[in-house]
Write a protein that binds this ligand. Structure first.
Ligand SMILES: NC(=O)c1ccc[n+]([C@@H]2O[C@H](COP(=O)([O-])OP(=O)(O)OC[C@H]3O[C@@H](n4cnc5c(N)ncnc54)[C@H](O)[C@@H]3O)[C@@H](O)[C@H]2O)c1
Length: 319
């Protein structure tokens, strides 16, 4: 790891320096807030954690990956000063580990204001017919059971204090459209999205704001870990640090902080990351290479209950 004037790069975590100032976010924008980020030891979750810390928040990283989690804690403290970050090794599917997470978070920071539900196992990515049933159990364990355990652990305190934000890193696919793959993965995401959107209705008016953000296309590929390509083949250029393909996790973090700052407005919404970039007028260098914009909008209470059954063309219209 190299640290120079709080600018940190780290090849183990595969991160780039982070700076939200040029997108108009102030250094103290989240001062006084404490966030728990599940799956925060790497990739998108780490981007969220670093961005929240950059904006003045304290961050608690909950992840099963010990080495990455400890390194993430070290990097965030190097970037923002000691006692900004805390890593608690946590399997969010286990109730006692979620309780331990809460104990450690409260002992260190005294409260939790923001819960970012972001953990998932992307390996649970098979089709229905060829996936073992255990994959579905695991998908639900992380994405439904884990999310509900965290919500039950942290949201009552937020309601009591009349202040809080809950987010879920969802997907735009709540069933598996042809060619996309990942039926088992999307089943878990749909379950958690349902829990989170129901929660949005339940906590309305309490001061706790709930929304989903779809970080589609965020990530950074470590080319050195990929198998060599056949002779004559070239890897398509995916921009790093630019946006010529994948969106860097640091930019994903900026979008998350922007959404947190607009949580009241976003309550009950599911938004694509591109919508956040558009709203914040993000000066991304290659907008045309971003995934195509998908329409998102605030759903009414009634739509929230209907959204999962309202799929496909239905009966053919009689002529
Ligand atoms: N990458 C994308 O384009 C994309 C698109 C839509 C949604 N998402 C969602 O965004 C989130 C982050 O995606 P990513 O690409 O960074 O994934 P990732 O696999 O790189 O990171 C997920 C993290 O969750 C952790 N995790 C897994 N199981 C856990 C458990 N039981 N307890 C605690 N932590 C656990 C992993 O260790 C890992 O650090 C996921 O929920 C994913 O479904 C990603």
């Amino acid at each position: 790891m190299s640290v120079e004037k709080n600018v940190v790069t780290n090849s183990f975590l595969n991160i780039e320096p982070i700076d939200l100032e040029y997108v108009g976010i102030k250094k103290d924008a989240l001062q006084g807030e404490v966030a728990v980020i599940t799956g925060g030891a790497r990739n998108i979750g780490l981007g969220f954690a670093r961005a929240i810390a950059w904006a003045g928040g304290k961050v608690v990283i909950a992840d099963i990956l010990e080495k990455e989690g400890q390194e993430a804690e070290r990097v965030i403290n190097a970037e923002n000063g000691p006692d900004t970050a805390l890593f608690v090794k946590t399997d969010i599917t286990k109730e006692e580990e979620v309780k331990n997470l809460a104990e450690k978070a409260f002992a260190k920071f005294g409260k939790v204001d923001i819960l970012i539900n972001n953990a998932m196992n992307m390996r649970l990515n098979g089709p229905v017919l060829s996936s073992p049933i255990e994959d579905l159990d695991q998908s639900y364990a992380i994405s439904a059971r884990g999310v509900m355990l965290l919500v039950k652990e942290f949201v009552p305190g937020m309601i009591e204090r009349g202040h809080g934000i809950v987010t879920y890193s969802t997907t735009q696919f709540h069933y598996c459209p042809p060619l996309v793959g990942g039926s088992i993965y999307t089943a878990g995401k749909a379950a958690a999205t349902s829990i989170i959107m129901s929660l949005a209705n339940e906590v309305k008016g309490t001061g706790v704001h709930v929304f989903c953000m779809i970080p589609a296309g965020v990530g950074r590929i470590d080319f050195s870990k990929l198998p060599p390509l056949p002779e004559g083949k070239e890897m398509p250029k995916l921009a790093m640090p630019g946006f010529d393909g994948l969106i860097p996790p640091e930019a994903g973090g900026a979008a998350m902080v922007y959404c947190l700052l607009h949580a009241e407005e976003l309550h009950g919404s599911g938004i694509m990351i591109n919508d956040a970039f558009e709203a914040m007028d993000y000066p991304y260098p290659n907008p045309s290479t971003l995934p195509p914009k998908m329409e998102s909008r605030r759903l009414s209470d009634m739509e929230l209950t209907l959204v999962f059954s309202n799929m496909g063309p239905g009966f053919k219209k009689k002529k």
